[in-house]
Write a new protein. Structure first.
Length: 373
């Protein structure tokens, strides 16, 4: 479809031009009348002419107002017509574009159809050639059969016998194939049942494994709670023993001291028995205030004395050597860091095991049997 060459002229443009010319003519007449009236005082002989001129002027005013109203109405019609023409032009352009697209699509389809037609024609020509060859071959065969008709009459009986044998062998083959298919179906059914049993056993094993892990975690938590209770009990027992030792020490101090069973020296009076120890053991004295039974054993006192001397020696070394203090501090920090790493790794590993156990406890119900109906 050809595109429009330009804007279409509205149908009412001629009448609008006529009205505009008529309005201009009336306006010019009114101006002439008004100029004639304002030229000077009217004469006595032209009174009737002035009256007729006024009437003509009034008529022209009315005609001018009517023509202006018609002109405004024509302008409105012209604007609406122009708007409708613009809409029509847009619709025509869109329709033209759509037609072009449809034409291009149809041309493409026609080109495809032409290609298909050419290929079909080539195939048809090739098929016709093959048919011609087959027809010629069949004619040759028919001629040969016509010539060898007498020879084939004797072979028909043998062919019939062979056909009967073939039919019998076909029946046996069908029977064997049916039996083989039945055996294969039975084997498939048995394999499916075995697969079902295997999957059931595997699901049971998964469930048992999840239950065992859950039981193990519960037992581990019980063991941890038992250990916590045991630690609390030991701490309570130690506090009770310390309390009893303090009470016993206070009673002994009130009674004036009790003789040591091994060293024969009173605990509350270290200055007796000729001063067996030149320097009193401060550590033993401090510990004896908490656990008075310490001073009743000579071995414990000796060990505490040696420990006190070593601690004093190490204190002097740390006071004299700053590098020793720094090395001891690094050693303590390294030990704490190593313990923190081990505890964090154990906690994360335990959390992963618990998550895996929860996942394994949920998964067995979602298993499906492949091939089953």
């Amino acid at each position: 479809m050809p595109a429009p060459s330009g804007r279409i002229t509205p149908p009412h443009s001629g009448s609008g031009n006529k009205l505009a010319g008529f309005v201009s003519a009336i306006s010019s007449q009114l101006e002439n009348v008004s100029s004639g009236r304002g030229g000077g005082p009217p004469l006595s002989g032209s009174g009737s002419k002035a009256a007729s001129t006024e009437e003509e002027c009034a008529r022209l005013h009315k005609e001018l107002s009517r023509v202006k109203a018609e002109l405004r109405m024509k302008d409105k019609q012209l604007s609406s017509t122009q708007k409708s023409m613009q809409v029509c032009e847009k619709e025509l352009i869109a329709l033209e574009q759509e037609c072009k697209e449809k034409i291009e699509q149809v041309q493409q389809e026609m080109s495809v159809m032409q290609v298909d037609k050419s290929t079909d024609e080539q195939n048809f020509v090739q098929a016709l050639e093959m048919k011609d060859k087959q027809v010629r071959a069949m004619k040759i065969d028919l001629d040969a059969l016509a010539e060898a008709k007498d020879q084939y009459t004797t072979e028909i009986t043998s062919l019939k016998a062979e056909l009967a044998k073939t039919v019998a062998s076909k029946d046996t083959l069908w029977t064997s194939a049916a039996s083989a298919s039945n055996e294969s179906e039975q084997l498939i059914v048995s394999l499916r049942s075995e697969l079902q049993d295997t999957l059931t056993a595997m699901n049971n094993l998964k469930r048992e494994y999840a239950e065992s892990k859950t039981t193990m975690f519960s037992r581990q938590s019980q063991l941890e709670s038992t250990n916590t209770e045991l630690v609390n009990s030991v701490a309570n027992l130690e506090r009770e023993l310390a309390k009893r030792a303090e009470e016993k020490l206070s009673r002994m101090e009130q009674n004036g001291g009790v003789d040591d069973m091994e060293m024969a020296t009173p605990i509350g009076k270290p200055g007796m028995m000729g001063g067996m120890r030149s320097r009193p053991n401060r550590m033993a004295h401090v510990i004896s205030r908490v656990a008075p039974v310490v001073e009743r054993s000579h071995r414990v006192l000796t060990a505490l004395d040696v420990l006190d001397r070593w601690l004093l020696f190490l204190g002097r070394v740390f006071l004299q050597a700053p590098f020793a203090r720094l090395g001891m501090l690094c050693y303590v920090v390294l030990i704490h860091f190593w313990v923190f790493m081990i505890l964090s790794f154990h906690t994360s590993h335990l959390t992963e095991e618990m998550q895996l156990a929860e996942g394994a406890a949920v998964e067995p119900g979602e298993d499906m049997i492949p091939g089953g109906h």
